[in-house]
Each structure stands twice: as structure tokens, then as C-alpha cells.
Design a protein around this ligand. Sequence first.
Ligand SMILES: Cc1cc2nc3c(=O)[nH]c(=O)nc-3n(C[C@H](O)[C@H](O)[C@H](O)COP(=O)(O)O)c2cc1C
Length: 174
Amino acid sequence: MKRHSGRAYTNRPISEEMLHSILEAGRWAPSCSNTQAWNFVVLKDKESLSKGHEHLSKGNAWGKAAPVMILVTAKEDGGCPSHGLPYFAMDVGLTVQNMLLQAVHLGLMGHPTAGWNEAGLKEAFGIPDDQRIVTVVFFGYEGDFDKLDERNREKEKNPRKRRELSEIVHWNGW
Ligand SMILES: Cc1cc2nc3c(=O)[nH]c(=O)nc-3n(C[C@H](O)[C@H](O)[C@H](O)COP(=O)(O)O)c2cc1C
């Protein structure tokens, strides 16, 4: 319940130890047949971050304040092939959730996103053609959301919502 995708980051840097611990948490995620489809392109130097910021959607401009941006990539056929399902995406989801929870454990906030230009990011950071960027995750300390623009400030005030268990759980059959 402490994990949330907030948008108010401070630019306070996060320590190398913390970053390492987040990446380690990601590395130890389960994956289909232990294929570990994920790769992490970690942007933390000023120039790399600025280059990355150029490819964010307008709606994700809040991410520019975060001191770390991780592009999580995988080959589309890089997971295991069971049932014809794209398990690479599940592997990536699990590694990202591990990283998000580790960030919370360390007193930080992580926010996964899908709003950015994949081709632009791939070219800017030399990501091979056969890799897809599945998500870009921001990490850092949470700041004061009064400093956000009005639209994002309102979003931060909205209570987190989920479908009720009664809508999604099917006991002893659908
Ligand atoms: C795959 C994925 C893509 C997302 N893309 C964005 C995004 O581009 N911009 C954004 O502000 N939030 C994005 N989010 C965050 C979701 O909006 C957020 O997880 C959801 O509203 C639930 O809120 P919570 O994480 O605070 O519980 C994304 C989350 C996921 C898992």
C-alpha cells in the first residue's frame, strides 16, 4: 500500500548503494524458465538524462525532475514460448515490480511509464534493433506536490482506486 506512482520528484540524488540495491532486486525477479528477458539502461548522468528527457511525452514531463531513469528493454521473443503468450512482458513486469517495491523499502519512489518515443530513445542510447523498450521507470525521492502544475497536482490528490475483489475473484470457477 505504500507503493504509489507519484509525480512529484525532488532532484536529490540517490546513492550508488540504493541504485545497486534496486537493480539487484530486479535481477532476482522470477521469470518464465528463468529466461530473464530484461535489460536495464540506467540514465543517471546529467547529459544522459537530458538526452532521455527529449523523448518523453508531454504528459510525462514531471519525470524530468527524477535523478534516475531506467529504460527496461527485452526481446519480444526473449521470454519462454509457452502457450504462445508474450511472457517477456510478464518477466519485465515482475522485475519492475521488484524494483518498485525495493525503492519503497529504501524510502524512495518509482514510477513506471509508457509515454515516450521508443524509436527516439532507442536511437539516442544505441539500443539494438531486436530489443523493445517495454517501460521507462523513474526513481528518486518524493517531493512536494504543490510544486507540480495544476493538472498533475489534481492527479496526485485523487485517491488510488482498484476494482473490488468481488469483481475480479471467481471462487471455485468463473
Ligand atoms: C505499464 C505502465 C505504464 C504506465 N504509464 C504511465 C505514464 O505514461 N504516465 C504516468 O503518469 N503514469 C503511468 N503509469 C502509472 C499508472 O497510471 C499507475 O500505476 C496507476 O494509475 C495506478 O496507480 P498507483 O501506481 O499509484 O497505484 C503506468 C503504469 C504502468 C504499469
